[in-house]
Write a protein that binds this ligand. Structure first.
Ligand SMILES: [Fe+2]
Length: 255
């Protein structure tokens, strides 16, 4: 079957590649690359236990070759890097509106797809995450050793999406990138909430099947109340939080 292209990000709305190189001011405490792990807030053992279940189902879908191809959009680090790195996407929910990146958290628009029934145990797990409602939910996978081109998801610095990137194993070499210093920070654990605007993210090739899941939605009020927020550039909130914790830890060690 011929596969269909679909973008994971805001490419459709703003197609200028030059915009990938903007630099917006952020709170001086923020250092890139950085991300906030949610491993302390979720049931990591339950997540890991889904590894074989999800792997088996993805392998069946690879045989069927019917999943969407991932499109990086225009905000790539290098203009000559592939827009279609080869990653495939399985949508667990669909929007009743035409595709818009800025509807990811309009949770009332999103409804489960048939894939959600196929991945029922994953959906049960998603129900344990700190969301009061969910919007877009998708699995991204590749079974060939090729990179996911470093990119930003959009360029709206005052827009911060409540989302969680997570995985059932640590195979996918997923990184945040400071494009000014070329420093990469690989996600170490099973979860990440990250600034997808002021830094780049991508993945190195992995020889074999690798996959991750991204769920967008609205965090619970209780969870949101404990998230420290910068006074400007809200897109930097995950990095602001991560750097604040790192600084507090360093100070505690120094004392
Ligand atoms: Fe992305």
């Amino acid at each position: 079957m011929q596969s269909i292209e679909k973008t994971e990000n805001a490419a459709v709305e703003s197609p200028a590649h030059e915009d990938a190189f903007f630099d917006a001011e952020v709170d001086p405490s923020i250092v890139y690359p950085s991300y906030k792990s949610f491993d302390e807030f979720i049931d990591v053992e339950r997540l890991r236990s889904l590894d074989g279940y999800i792997t088996q189902k993805i392998k069946r879908r690879i045989a069927a070759q019917s999943d969407y191809r991932f499109y990086t959009g225009p905000y790539r680090l290098q203009n000559n890097a592939p827009e279609h790195p080869g990653t495939r996407m399985i949508y667990l929910s669909y929007s009743e509106m035409p595709d818009s990146y800025f509807d990811l958290d309009r949770t009332e628009l999103w409804h489960p797809t048939a894939n959600a029934s196929e991945f029922a145990l994953l959906m049960d797990f998603i129900g344990t995450l700190p969301f009061k409602s969910t919007g877009r939910m998708l699995i991204m996978y590749d079974d060939v050793a090729r990179p996911v081109t470093a990119h930003r998801d959009h360029i709206e610095t005052e827009l911060c999406h409540d989302f969680l990137w997570f995985r059932t194993n640590t195979k996918k070499p997923f990184f945040m990138l400071n494009h000014k210093t070329d420093e990469k920070l690989y996600v170490e654990g099973y979860t990440a909430w990250f600034d997808s605007v002021n830094q780049f993210h991508g993945s190195d090739p992995y020889d074999g099947l690798s996959f991750s899941i991204r769920v967008d939605g609205v965090f619970t009020d209780e969870f949101k109340a404990n998230i420290p927020k910068p006074s400007f550039n809200l897109a930097s909130t995950p990095s602001y939080w991560a750097c604040l914790e790192k600084n507090m830890k360093n100070q505690a060690e120094f004392v």
